[in-house]
Design a protein around this ligand. Sequence first.
Ligand SMILES: [Fe+2]
Length: 199
Amino acid sequence: MTTIAIERTTNIQTTCDIAWDNVQDYTHFIHLHRRHFSSFQTLYDDGAIQVFYYAARILPPLPLLRRYVSVRILNHDDHSFKQYYRDVASGDKVYFFCAVVPDGDMVHVRNRFVFEVSGPLGKLPRLAATLINRRLSSMWHEDADLLVTRYKHGGFDNQVCAPPANQDFYTRIAEMTDESFMERFRLADYRFNFKEGAV
Ligand SMILES: [Fe+2]
């Protein structure tokens, strides 16, 4: 088992509201990111916590699927979320922290991941990081087109009609996903940093 930390920062001209709406929205996955997902189900969503079960194409367009259960905890106040994924076949886990940071008329999207990689790919961390980054970059470019279009179109309304969060569930999941994320990030066996755009 190898752990790989990946940091990605992307930069785009749009509003914080539009970018935040995009990163927390999963309804576009199966449409906009159809190359990267073969199925996607929402198991739970109360506006603060989202739980998913999905099948990802890890090397699109090849039909190599990995199935994940994933829990995401949103912090609407500072436009960030924490997400925990578990590969249901291998048990490998992924920890993800995402923050949308406004900067003038630009927005930075900062991503930090810790991937557990078992099997042969775990022996080739640079190749694993490159393949992971290629997939993330491809999805980012799909999102970027959407973000630019929405920014140019204008008239964005982010009114939310979600029910209040279930606090017990929230607390338990938060404890689980909080579990020393930064410690895992710091202690990862390998570390890579990718940037796109004029960051
Ligand atoms: Fe997306």
